[in-house]
Design a protein. Structure first.
Lengths: 326, 295
């Protein structure tokens, strides 16, 4: 399993890396000629059923989000759908007091994750990569929060932050009337409190990704650097970090996506009340809240979709292009 | 040179830098476990004791009473059952369907494969909230009288299974097609020349070779689907039908009346994931880094 630790799986060794495509194509058509009618039907179903399911539930709904964002609809009959142009967006940008804070919080979420837990995860990975004893034990401890559900993490951190009974206030003596520090309720504090929990989890995730990246660094590079008399920091800066480029790309994309997806933790914490609004929370509250406005909720989702695709598409195109070349 | 220094280094008695590193790593590990240990500690203490002595105090009594109470009072077994009913079909179906697509893409169609994979993988990376508003309406509008208890796709286990399968199959198809492409082409070619059907090629020749990748994905999927909070929160309306992770939110308001019970309840929901993680750690980590494009 060790060879597949980086994204693209290696091709079979017997295939020449370059110029393999025409041969492969000929093979494919050769395959197809051998197929019976029944085989063709089987193949059609094998490719078709999953594609229809995925496209219908993920892409058609994503496109429907875009279409509905320009309409109002009560959700009952299709004939009540009314085209309103950019009204939903106008309202969202100009009148919704929660929208810009939400955007700001999503940006802060990303900034914090990329500035604190990501380098820390890299640091831990570099230390654990030194073939030290108990490496596995340490890894397990750092990675544990990634395995547990975000909802459960939310509850665990509530026990830490609770103003009356929580660990922090009990330790610093702030759990008496008049001295309360309300980590969850105070709009100036709660985002940072949630971000501590999010960073706690993100560190382990980043550590595992970097550890896999470091395993694929050619050991002779390190030896060469050592022979040249480079110290640990110089080796890392000049040799190791540049070779981690593919991992860094993955890490960046994963972190952006995590920041856009952030939801469970905040919802369990305080349902996205003042101070912790996020785009994902606004979309959800629009559905499960009292006044569900389909077009308006879709407009928020479109903002989220546009940001996501701006990250996802260039990344995937680069990945797939690299793969085709490989 | 390096062959000499390496054994020398290993034999060197105590290097202060190494000791310092271990102190740092162990300290960090402890700090990382602290919130969980705090939850365990709170859950083990009776409420009566913590309410008089405070939570940061030396325990007089430790017992599992909070765990048993949290489990029985809220009928947690029922919600674990719901999860099982959703997660098992979802994992199996995802693996089956995504391996079908991967097989097709990696063995037969070389023009379509990139486009198809791109669509699948990009879909999997989208935030769930992007599609939820139309999905919610679609589920409400889909009438399935007699098939689901609610008569709709909404508020049914079937609906949750379908969205899990649709969403997760993107990632799995990507990983599996990469894996299948690394298998030698001669294998399937020879079988095809011998007159084996496409189905046999897939089921009896390709799939058995993909066992390591499938095991890794099965581990990942089980944990992801078990941990999912959002789909059920929106697509299930009856509290009784919720899987355990999403039910936790309601249960904590209704039954877990004090922090000790909340701690016990939350920890109970973490146990299955921890068991899977410790038993299949290798599969989990290799799966995660196998297609590290996953968010």
């Amino acid at each position: 399993m060790t060879t597949e630790t980086t994204t693209p799986a290696p091709r079979a060794a017997d295939e020449p890396p370059a110029g393999a495509t025409p041969r492969a194509k000929r093979r494919a058509s050769g395959h197809l000629r051998l197929l019976t009618r029944r085989d063709r039907v089987t193949l059609g179903l094998m490719a078709g059923v999953p594609t229809v399911l995925h496209v219908l539930l993920v892409w058609v709904t994503a496109l429907a989000s875009i279409a509905l964002a320009f309409t109002t609809w009560d959700g009952i009959g299709f004939d009540s759908i009314k085209w309103v142009g950019l009204d939903n967006f106008r309202q969202l940008f100009a009148d919704n007091p929660q929208f810009w804070p939400a955007v700001e919080h999503n940006v802060i979420w990303f900034a914090v994750l990329i500035v604190i837990p990501t380098p820390f995860g890299l640091f831990l990975a570099v230390q654990l990569d030194k073939r030290i004893r108990f490496s596995r034990v340490y890894q397990t401890a750092y990675f544990l929060p990634v395995v547990i559900s975000m909802a459960c993490i939310g509850f665990v951190w509530q026990l830490v932050y609770n103003p009356d009974t929580g660990l922090i206030n009990s330790l610093i003596g702030a759990n008496r009337p008049g001295h309360y520090i309300d980590w969850i309720g105070d709009p100036d504090l709660n985002l940072w409190a949630v971000l501590v929990a999010a960073s706690w989890r993100h560190t382990g995730y980043m550590m595992i990704l970097y550890l896999a990246g470091l395993k694929s660094v050619d050991p002779s590079l390190r030896e060469a650097a050592a022979l040249d008399g480079a110290n640990e920091w110089q080796t890392f800066r000049g040799v190791i970090f540049p070779t981690l480029r593919p991992t860094n790309t993955v890490v960046l994309v994963v972190t952006i996506i995590e920041a856009l997806r952030a939801f469970d933790l905040v919802f369990v914490f305080n349902k996205g009340a003042q101070g912790t609004e996020l785009l994902s929370i606004l979309v959800t509250n629009n559905i499960i809240g009292e006044s569900s406005r389909i077009g308006y909720g879709s407009a928020i989702a479109v903002v989220l979709l546009v940001i996501s695709l701006a990250v996802i598409i260039p990344y995937l195109i680069a990945t797939f292009r690299k793969e085709r070349r490989a | 040179m390096s062959t000499i220094t390496v054994p020398l280094k290993r034999r060197a008695p105590v290097r202060p830098a190494r000791v310092l590193l271990h102190v740092f790593l162990a300290g960090t590990a402890l700090a990382w476990l602290a919130p969980l240990l705090w939850a365990v500690f709170s859950a083990l203490r009776p409420y009566s004791e913590t309410s008089t002595k405070g939570y940061v105090s030396w325990p007089d009594r430790l017992s599992l009473a909070n765990f048993t109470n949290a489990f029985t009072q809220s009928d947690m077994a029922h919600y674990f059952g719901n999860t099982l009913l959703i997660a098992v079909p979802a994992v199996l179906l995802t693996l089956f369907l995504s391996s079908c697509v991967a097989f097709y893409v990696s063995r037969f169609d070389f023009r379509l494969n990139l486009a198809l994979l791109l669509v699948f993988t990009a879909g999997n990376l989208l935030p769930q909230q992007v599609i939820i508003t139309p999905l919610y309406r679609l589920y409400l509008l889909t009438d399935l009288p007699g098939i689901t208890a609610s008569g709709k796709l909404y508020d049914s286990a079937l609906g949750l299974v379908l969205i899990h399968v649709a969403f997760q199959s993107g990632f799995c198809a990507f990983v599996l097609s990469n894996y299948m492409r690394s298998l030698p082409h001669e294998l399937t070619e020879a079988a095809l020349v011998d007159g084996a059907s496409v189905w046999r090629l897939y089921w009896q020749i390709t799939l058995p070779l993909c066992r390591p990748a499938m095991a890794a994905l099965a581990t990942l999927l089980s944990i992801w689907i078990y941990n999912d909070f959002f789909w059920a929160l929106v697509l299930i309306s009856t509290g009784e039908n919720m899987p355990i992770t999403s039910a936790l939110n309601n249960l904590s308001g209704q039954y877990f009346t004090d922090p000790n019970l909340v701690a016990a309840g939350a920890l109970l929901t973490a146990i299955p994931t921890l068991v899977v993680y410790f038993a299949l750690q290798r599969q989990f980590v290799s799966g995660l880094t196998l297609g590290s494009a996953k968010g």
